[in-house]
Design a protein. Structure first.
Length: 103
């Protein structure tokens, strides 16, 4: 797991067309606006979050974000424990995101 700056994160997402953008905020936060092509799995669901992660392809590359970067860092650490190959945390979260947002 690695923390990436906004620039690094955006660049790598653009380069990895097979990568998955994962938003770990609440459904309400997600509906307020999200990074294009993101899927939403709320980390606050506890075991439900883990159950949803287990359904994902662990060999893919995941770019994970939340509001400020704290929950997504937790999610990346958890994903690493669950055996995901690559999960990258967006430093500063969507609050500092300067790219496109789907409203």
């Amino acid at each position: 797991m690695a923390d990436l700056t906004q620039e690094e994160w955006a660049e790598q997402v653009a380069q990895h067309k097979e990568a998955v953008v994962l938003d770990v905020r609440t459904e309400e936060e997600f509906e307020d606006g999200y990074i294009p092509d993101a899927i939403n799995i709320d980390i606050r669901q506890g075991q439900g979050f883990i159950d949803e992660l287990e359904k994902l392809d662990k060999s893919k590359t995941y770019y994970v974000y939340c509001r400020s970067g704290a929950r997504s860092a937790q999610a990346c650490a958890l994903m690493e424990q669950l055996g995901f190959d690559e999960a990258y945390n967006l430093l500063g979260g969507i609050l500092e995101w300067e790219g496109d947002i789907v409203a």
